[in-house]
Ligand binder design. Structure first.
Ligand code: NAI
Length: 471
């Protein structure tokens, strides 16, 4: 255990946070800003958790770099830029990714120092309320926040070796770009990392159990995204259960059964990426021994103040129910830090944006059309295609659409779904509007700069009422 607290073992902290991912480190910073004495216990040598070390950030670096490679290879000629055929330097691309991670890790180190947060490197175990052990040492704190995140869910009979059969962690650091890759699971990880390797020249086949990709997204958006990714060369086998992955001479064979027809199929491949979801990581915390209750799905059960069944022990992020998203964990971290400082806090779990960072990007907030139908809600749909948006055309990015869902009677915004350029940025205009309880007309009446991608949001809002101008 590395200790860099500068405190003796008699220190009584206000708060001990276990786990320094986006949930834990943000909670620690906010708690320190609130005047609490905070210690963070993290098993990794570096701060930032899965998201920063082997998740959101390195994958975005590879998505950005591989997108530039794709643009240089496919779009430069159209844009009037003549270059020799771009050549991939995979080692340099990996170095770029590693440097991005290192810079961000340093940033959190700095923030911890700035906010006077103590840090202990080692795996924490809760011995009792108010007591966390790390190896031989014991930390005492009035409150404990568990922010231990999640790990990849495994698939029966498919053993991840992080070399040929990889999780997202291994997929971020493959020694070379494989000739072929089978992705099991068309969720966020499968689509993002699958598209990285497809852009770099791998033949990518995605096999998905459900009849649709990206189950968390609005169905129409997901279908549009799959269409776009197919155009980029990715293959999809939907409605198919993977039965086994067997090692052949020098390659792997992924066998699956089409769920409806019962037809069997197989794909030969160099690398398999298992992206079938994640599960809460609570190993070694000693939860059972101290009576912290978990759900059937292994998540830590919490009340509306994120307190577990044991007073003084809280839990946030991927380890508790809700979408496994870094920004959801951050929100909960801030809320708990405020609650512990005696303030009121609230997270609106209905308004957590979700983004898939492919090209085009897919982003959604609020209700999907499927959810509204299921709830029997009367709603109207306003849609606008990026083909009608001048800025998108000028940027060779006119694929996709904005879809706004509003209450049929009151016009109040219920949800929005964007497939297109910078969708993950544009979604926040609607997030803010929804936080304020706005109607589609409020967006329609707001002047949007021309020419911007965001005009498509306004046009979709207009489509909920009088009608769009450019369609
Ligand atoms: P996911 O839950 O998004 O998708 C998993 C997919 O695998 C589902 O479509 C599921 O139907 C499919 N599946 C499950 N078992 C299967 C089987 N045996 N054969 C074929 N398909 C199967 O999980 P994913 O992509 O692994 O991501 C894990 C978590 O990380 C998610 O909660 C996701 O939201 C989060 N994440 C978020 C990102 C973002 O916000 N951009 C990026 C990466 C991950």
């Amino acid at each position: 255990m590395t200790e860099n607290t500068g405190n003796d073992e008699d220190t009584l902290y206000d708060l001990a946070v276990i786990g320094a991912g986006p949930g834990g480190y943000v909670c620690a910073i906010r708690a320190a800003q609130n005047g609490l004495k905070v210690v963070v216990i993290e098993g990794r040598e570096t701060l930032g958790g899965t998201c920063l070390n082997v998740g959101c950030i390195p994958s975005k670096a590879l998505l950005h770099a591989s997108h530039q490679f794709h643009v240089a290879s496919h779009d430069f000629a159209t844009l009037g830029i003549r270059v020799n055929k771009p050549k991939l330097d995979w080692k340099a691309m990996q170095a770029f990714k590693d440097d991005v991670v290192a810079q961000n890790v340093k940033g959190i180190d700095f923030l911890f120092r700035k906010n006077g947060i103590d840090r202990i490197t080692g795996w924490g175990r809760i011995a009792a309320p108010g007591r966390v052990t790390v190896g031989e040492s014991e930390i005492r704190a009035k409150n404990i926040v568990i922010a231990t995140g999640s790990v990849p869910a495994t698939l029966p009979g498919v053993e991840i070796d992080e070399k040929k059969i990889v999780s997202s962690t291994g997929a971020l650091s493959l020694p070379k770009v494989p000739k072929s890759m089978v992705v099991i699971g068309a969720g966020v990880i499968g689509l993002e990392l699958g598209s990285v390797y497809a852009r770099l020249g791998a033949e990518v086949t995605v096999i998905e159990y459900l009849d649709r990709a990206a189950p968390a997204l609005d169905g129409e958006l997901a279908r549009g995204l799959v269409r776009a990714l197919k155009k980029q060369g990715m293959k999809f086998v939907l409605g198919a259960a993977v039965e086994s992955v067997t090692r052949e001479k020098g390659s792997l064979s992924v066998a699956y059964t089409q769920r409806k027809s019962g037809k069997a199929g197989a794909v030969e491949t160099e690398v398999v990426l298992v992206a079938t979801g994640r599960k809460p990581f609570t190993d070694g915390l000693g939860l059972e021994e101290i009576g912290v209750k978990t759900t059937e799905r292994g998540q830590i059960a919490v009340d509306d103040r994120w307190q577990t069944s044991v007073p003084g022990i809280y839990a946030i992020g991927d380890a508790v129910p809700g979408p496994m998203l870094a920004h959801k964990a951050e929100e909960e971290g801030v809320a708990v830090a405020d609650i512990l400082a005696g303030r009121a806090a609230h997270v609106d779990h209905d308004l957590i944006p979700s983004v898939v960072y492919t090209t085009p990007e897919a982003a959604g907030i609020g209700a999907t059309e499927e959810a509204l139908k299921e709830a029997g809600r009367a709603y109207k749909v306003g849609k606008f295609n990026f083909m009608g948006n001048g800025r998108a055309k000028a940027s060779l990015a006119a694929e996709g659409f904005v879809k706004i869902l509003a209450d049929a009677e009151t016009d109040r915004l219920l949800g929005a779904h964007i497939l297109g350029p910078v969708a993950g940025e544009m979604i926040h205009e609607i997030a803010v509007a929804m936080e304020f309880g706005a109607a589609a007309e409020d967006i329609a009446l707001t002047c949007h700069a021309h020419p911007t991608f965001s005009e498509a949001v306004r046009e979709a809002a207009l489509a909920c009422g009088q009608g769009p101008i450019h369609a």
